[in-house]
Each structure stands twice: as C-alpha cells, then as structure tokens.
Design a binder for this molecule. Sequence first.
Ligand SMILES: Cc1cc2nc3c(=O)[nH]c(=O)nc-3n(C[C@H](O)[C@H](O)[C@H](O)COP(=O)(O)OP(=O)(O)OC[C@H]3O[C@@H](n4cnc5c(N)ncnc54)[C@H](O)[C@@H]3O)c2cc1C
Length: 472
Amino acid sequence: MIGGGLAGLACAVALAESGVKVRLLEKRPHLGGRATSYTLPDGSEVDNCQHVTLGCCTNLADFYRRAGAEGKIRFYDRLYFADREGRRSEIEASMLPPPLHMAPSFVGFGALGLADKAAIGKALLAIAHAGGKPADTEGVTMLDWLHRMRQTPGAIERFWRVVLVSALDEELSRMDARYGIDVFWKAFLGSRGGYRVGIPSVPLGELYEGCRDAIVRKGGEVKLRANVREIRLNENRFTSASLDDGTEIAADACVAAVPHDALLGMLPAAMAQEGGMLAGLQHIRTSPITGVHLWFDRVVMEEPFLALLDHTTQWIFNKSLLYAPANANGNARTTGQYLQLVVSASYDLVPRSRQEIIDLCRREVEEVLPAAREAKLESATVIKEVRATFSPEPGVDQWRLAQKTPVGGLFLAGDWTRTGWPATMEGAVRSGYLAAEETLESFGEPRTFLQADLAFEGLSKFWARRTKASVS
Ligand SMILES: Cc1cc2nc3c(=O)[nH]c(=O)nc-3n(C[C@H](O)[C@H](O)[C@H](O)COP(=O)(O)OP(=O)(O)OC[C@H]3O[C@@H](n4cnc5c(N)ncnc54)[C@H](O)[C@@H]3O)c2cc1C
C-alpha cells in the first residue's frame, strides 16, 4: 500500500481484516494524508483544516467503526448561519417526511426573502421529484442549471453558494451540476439524517491509531517516512516499489493510494503519453482551501460552528467547544477560545499575504461575533492548501481512473479515482474499499466492503425508485 491517507488506510484495514499481510508505505511522519493534524512550532495541535462528515457518508462511518474512532465523531442536528449583520438563522429536520423534513426551518430562515425561498423550493422539489437526477445536466455547470431554474441572485448567493462551495471546494461557475445536485439529494432531500454534520472531537491525527493496530495484528507493517520513488513493472505486471533510500519492496500486489499528480511521477513516463493509462490525469485540475486558526484570550462564540453568508469566510468552527468533553452539555467554557475558519475555493486568498488574510478574517469574525471586538487575538496561523482537492468541473469523470488497472497486480485508490463521489473523505474511503475488493478478486477471494447509501425515505423513496425504474 503506497499512501497512508484515508484511501490507503481504508483499503489496508479492509485487506488486513481479510487476512492479507499489508505493508503500508507513507512518506510523511504521520498517517491521515490531507485529513490529518500536526503540531505547530509553538506546540499547538492543529488540523490540516477542519474536516467534517455528513450523515450520508456511510462508508466513512463504516471506516471509523473499523478504526475504532466512531466514538470520536460527534453529530450535530442543527446548522447555524450568520449574515453580515450578525443575524442568526438555523436549519434542522422536522417530523415531516423527506423531502419535506427541512421545510419548516427553511420557511423561517431569516436571511432569505420570500422570492428567494419560492425559487429555492421549486428547484429542490425538481431535484427530489426527479429522484436526484434531473434531465439535461450533462456538461452543465451548477450556475447554468440554477439560472435555468430561475434562481434569484439572493437564492444563489445566500443559499446554493453557501452550501455547495464548501461541500465541493469549487465555484458554482466551474462545478458540474450533477455533483451539486447530488449534494442536495443525498444530504438534504433523500433522507432525514443525511444532512447531520459529524465533527471529530479530537485532532484528526488521533483517529487513525486503530488502523495501525489492525494492520500490525495481521503481521503487516506501517512504515512512515517511506517515500516511494518508483513503481516497477515487468511485462505489464507490478514487481516492486523502490524507496528514496534505495530499498526495494516486492509484493504480490500493490495499491497506489496517492494523489493523481504523485502517481504520474512514480510510473513509467510512457504511460502518461497519448493513449497511455495515465494520459487523462493531466486534465484533472485542483482547487484551493485556506484554513485560518485564531486563538482569542476569551470566549467570543457560543455556537459549535457557524456558516457565514455574504463573507469571504465560509465557516467558523468553535474548536474549544468541539474538543470539550461530551459531558459539557455544549457549554464548555475556557478562559480563551480557539476558532478555526475555512474558506473553500479560496482562489482570491492564495496570492494574499498571511497577515492580510488574518486581518480580513478577524474583521469578519468581529462582524458576526461582537464579543471578538473587545478580545485580544493571542495568536493566528494560516494554512493554505493550494491543491486541496480535485475540481469537480463538468467532464472531470472521464479522466478519473478505475481502481483496477490494465497492469497486473497494480490497483489504484484515492479520492480522485472513479467513485462517483467528489473529493471528500467519503470518496477516499469508497475508493479504498473498491481497491480492496479488486485486489481480493485478483487473489480469487472476492469480498464486498462498499456500504449501501443511506436508505431514501418518505416521498423521496418513491421518487428514487421511480427514477431508477425509468432509467433501467
Ligand atoms: C484543507 C482541506 C479541507 C478538507 N475538508 C474536507 C471536509 O471537511 N470533509 C471531507 O469529506 N473532505 C475534506 N477534504 C478532502 C479530504 O481531505 C480528501 O478528499 C481525502 O483526505 C483524500 O484522501 P486520499 O487518501 O485520497 O489522499 P491523501 O489524503 O492525499 O493521501 C495520500 C497519501 O499519500 C502519501 N504519498 C504521496 N506520495 C507518496 C510517495 N511518493 N510515497 C509514499 N507516500 C506518498 C501522502 O503523504 C498522503 O498521506 C479536505 C481537504 C483539504 C485539503
């Protein structure tokens, strides 16, 4: 296994549980890949940006169970929003059957006008009625689809943009409408629990210790600081992986669970030329995410998290509260407070200096959290992930590779491989499970790891079935 991110870990644990002896090679000194945490020079432990899961991420939930980390993810049923004036709105499921379960809190959502809500309601109903697959979306951007659905500027800016840019790490004008529509169908319309936000109550790096144990228990090994330079092939069959330090490791099979650009550097250059297996990878673009970490000298925020409307900052996470023990009844107070801000598709921030970004974010925090105006900012850190995720632009699916390759004994995993999901932890775990299934199949010992999607409920169940029947 090359790569100890979520894709590699999910695959390695699934294989180890099936009795396979896995040797996992990770070039960094820690596991988790992009979804990890590390210690800053001043001793603070920070996530490589806040990572959240949703109720509809069934494979990630299964992975956390296998890794023994299930109890370290806390789910929240209520979503909190703040507009430029600091006015709060909340969204939560009611007892109504899906897709109507969110309707009561949506009707009361203060940040949207009547015309915005009518337009949004119509578009959401069109998605649900089509079982999540409205017609004529191929090659269409989300923004074009929203215009086609006659969405008001308020609806686009204060609703669709707020949810989708952070879910898919891309601007609406560059996002495949099918990915955007899928987010609403799976998270907000299909079932009552799909939208629930799951947030780790510990730094991300603490979620993966169980993976190491699962691998080692079966006689395998986790090797950190092991930088694979080359994947060697002979007559179109995997033979070995060679490390930076000259070590050569042979195995019956290899799963490369590295980002797509890293894979390009490991395999023979001819494979990236026209007609080669990797030729399409150069078309996969990436988009940035910027995380801003602020430590205040006092408590400035009460909610566990807030989504911001009309701001550059998209989310504020109250890390002090999120890390507080579960018995704190949501009211844990400390003398100071640690907040983590997230800006997805942060193209505008990439060229800006760290201090400019901190100043901008501080101003925005003060707008929505008045207590921050009097507070002292004790320290701040900016983490720019310039190539955070692959961009879900129209047509990207044609470049995503399957987990099984034409090379004997070589399999692929990674959020960018063909899963049907965008670049998320769920997508990474799905790819890992699919790669594990393909590997075992090649050994003549087929097994299934991929978990079913959350069951559709209410009217959505009926509409989903009808659409499936008419498609098949
Ligand atoms: C800032 C940020 C915020 C995000 N927020 C969310 C979120 O809230 N929710 C969500 O679901 N997803 C989020 N994501 C996406 C999520 O992190 C990724 O989709 C997922 O972690 C990808 O996992 P992976 O295993 O496919 O790739 P990676 O995590 O990139 O793992 C690949 C691993 O391969 C290793 N590697 C690379 N080259 C070599 C080599 N030569 N030899 C050995 N090892 C090598 C790398 O060090 C790495 O550990 C976010 C991503 C970023 C960057």
